[in-house]
Design a binder for this molecule. Structure first.
Ligand code: SF4
Ligand code: SF4
Length: 291
């Protein structure tokens, strides 16, 4: 495939492109080429056939997120987790989710599987009962709370990530306290970097948009030694390139050659630098360990 694949230590896996939510700035909603009716769910066999045991056994970490789906909505998520643990006992396992799919018993099963000290689930909870669904459309608050509580009770390390907008900026302190009371291990609040032309989705009142970095490229995946696999089973250098079939992992050498001349536009938007870091880094506004 590419040297990046041969030396990867981290795998970002989109186990599914299914999700019950309708976050207005998600690629599910904004990508005109994405068809919600064509559902893709990876299987444990895909891991063997596409990635191979040798690749999986040398990973330090596998985390499930992606561009179009929520890993908790995947048809085979638990069996994929089991497969990774079977091949690689000490691998760190992670997941990002809206938390509103599946039942508490499913989350208990996941919490029991995520039993290494560095395993985690990031719950994207954008406020409280009266605000979470404003951006996380169609996510049921009670389900999120019950699922997160079940995961934590089963021993899982849960992180609360909150996107801050004008409509929920007054709730950051309360959300942090709720996270602490429930036993979350981290609380983070950030302002979304996804551009919004939606009139009711405004950044916090005092927010000043940092200047867009336009300097040299500092490639995130080269630093992290990671690769990304989409729910269609296609391997890309990273999720930002993961919607474009021109930029699969075997094109990484061409992509990286572009950086010193005319950078690939996605690389420029994501990984160009200024004195504060890249357009991707430095986005956390509040990042607090709760225990
Ligand atoms: S929860 Fe995640 S995958 Fe689902 S619509 Fe929102 S951003 Fe997209
Ligand atoms: S967008 Fe380009 S520069 Fe950034 S991580 Fe992906 S391949 Fe690297």
């Amino acid at each position: 495939m590419s040297k990046l694949f041969d030396t990867a230590k981290v795998l970002h896996l989109e186990v599914t492109d299914v999700c019950q939510a309708e976050c207005p700035l998600c690629a599910r909603e904004t990508d005109p080429l994405f068809n919600k009716d064509l559902k893709h769910n990876l299987t444990a066999s895909d891991m063997i056939n596409i990635l191979g045991e040798q690749f999986i056994s040398r990973l330090d970490k596998m985390f499930m997120c992606g561009n179009y789906g929520d890993p908790a909505a995947g048809a085979n998520t638990l069996s994929i987790v089991d497969y990774f643990r079977q091949v690689n006992k000490h691998i760190t396992l992670g997941m990002n989710t809206n938390g509103g799919v599946q039942s508490p018993s499913w989350w208990t099963e996941l919490g029991q599987r995520f039993d290494q000290p560095t395993d985690y689930v990031v719950f994207s909870i954008d406020g409280l009962e009266d605000t979470n669904h404003i951006y996380r459309k169609k996510v049921n608050w009670s389900k999120v709370m019950n699922n997160a509580a079940a995961f934590i009770k089963a021993g899982g390390s849960a992180h609360w990530d909150m996107l801050v907008y004008e409509h929920n900026e007054n709730q950051v302190d309360i959300a942090e306290q709720v996270a602490k009371d429930m036993g979350f291990t981290w609380f983070r609040a950030k302002v979304s970097k996804r551009p919004s032309n939606i009139s009711w989705l405004r950044p916090p009142k005092t927010w000043i948009q940092p200047p867009i970095a336009t300097g040299t490229i500092d490639c995130h995946v080269l630093k992290e030694q990671s690769v990304y696999m989409s729910a269609r089973g296609i391997v890309y250098p990273c999720c930002w390139l993961g919607h474009n079939s021109e930029f699969t992992i075997d094109k990484f050498d061409d992509i990286s050659r572009s950086w010193s001349l005319t950078p690939n536009p996605t690389c420029a938007i994501t990984c160009a630098t200024n004195q504060h870091g890249t357009n991707f880094t430095n986005q956390w506004q509040r990042n607090i360990a709760l225990c």
